[in-house]
Design a protein around this ligand. Structure first.
Ligand SMILES: [Zn+2]
Length: 314
């Protein structure tokens, strides 16, 4: 994406923002979730030729995100790669201490479609158990790395104790990213995605720009800018839909140069992205957990919850 394209998109926003002005009113709930993984766990780094010796790339971004939301009284859901709980128990535990919802983003951040069914089951079960024992919170939510799920996904989620999924995005087809197979934009029973899904599993899809059908966050936020994301949030709110957004800790720090990592991964990371997150948090939305949006949308949804003691490991 060139800067020229970015400016063109910007002038489109000027025209449309005038028509979505809410004149100071609140727009309702929104979810600015965080997928808690480090730079060396991303598919882009794992498939690159080069490496870095730097450890914990993203932890500073995670701490900044936690403090920024807490200072503003905002809540969120943290989809956590549970293998981080071993080297960094305090970084993960402090998210629960801040009052945020803890959910799973697998144990290892491997792409689920590249694993056997047994390994997928292990990724789901082990990460939930580890996060529950660390934080003392019941973990009911799950998001797959790269929104990559398999045909047995919802059955495995139910079997391993989850109540909801947030691994679907109603994006148009983008070769190398998404297949464009979903059109779900609101919280629903997972049967809306897969008729064979267990009835008690819910789905909270990540948001796309109405009409354009490109994701509102991730790479598209960093290329189009936070006004793009904020405009999409308002357009969704006008249709009664709570926007569901996501960021990554490694987007919030300066990244080391690693041979073979695509330049798009570096684009607008670090300070630029922190300012973008603050811009989003300045929008007139109530930032809440993923779980609370599902509960409000599906009043009779009652996921099974394992008994946990409510105390964080020390
Ligand atoms: Zn991820």
């Amino acid at each position: 994406m060139s800067d020229t394209a970015g400016r063109t998109v910007g002038s489109v926003f000027d025209a449309v923002e005038d028509r979505t002005d809410t004149s100071g009113g609140r727009c309702g709930p929104a979810v600015l979730s965080i997928d808690v993984e480090l730079f060396d766990q991303t598919p882009a780094y794992r498939s690159a030729a080069g490496t870095t010796d730097q450890q914990g790339i993203g932890l500073d971004g995670l701490a900044w995100f936690r403090e920024t939301l807490r200072d503003r009284g905002a809540n969120t859901t943290c989809f956590v790669v549970s293998s981080l709980a071993d080297p960094y128990p305090d970084a993960i535990g402090s998210l629960a201490d801040a009052g945020f919802e803890i959910a799973s983003h697998t144990r290892s951040h491997e792409l689920l479609s590249e694993l056997s069914a047994d390994r997928r089951r292990g990724e789901l079960r082990d990460s939930r158990e580890r996060l529950e024992s660390l934080t003392g919170q019941s973990v009911t939510g799950f998001r797959a790395p790269a929104f990559d799920i398999t045909d047995d996904h919802f059955a495995l989620l139910a079997e391993t104790g989850y109540g909801y999924d947030s691994s679907v995005i109603a994006s148009r087809a983008i070769p190398g990213w998404y297949g464009g197979e979903y059109d779900l934009e609101t919280p629903a029973r997972a049967t809306a995605i897969d008729p064979d899904a267990p009835a008690d599993v819910a789905e909270l899809p990540a948001s796309v720009m109405p009409g354009l059908r490109l994701p509102l966050t991730g790479t598209w936020l960093r290329f189009f800018g936070p006004r793009y994301t904020a405009l999409g949030m308002r357009l969704l709110a006008r249709r009664g839909i709570a926007p569901v957004l996501y960021v990554h800790p490694w987007e919030l720090v300066g990244l080391p140069n690693v041979e073979g990592v695509p330049s798009r991964v570096y684009y607008h990371t670090g300070e630029w992205m922190r300012e973008a997150v603050e811009y989003i948090l300045d929008q007139p939305f109530d930032f809440v957990t993923a779980r609370s949006v599902i509960e409000a949308s599906l009043p009779d949804w009652a996921p099974a919850t394992a008994a946990v003691d409510g105390h964080r490991e020390t």
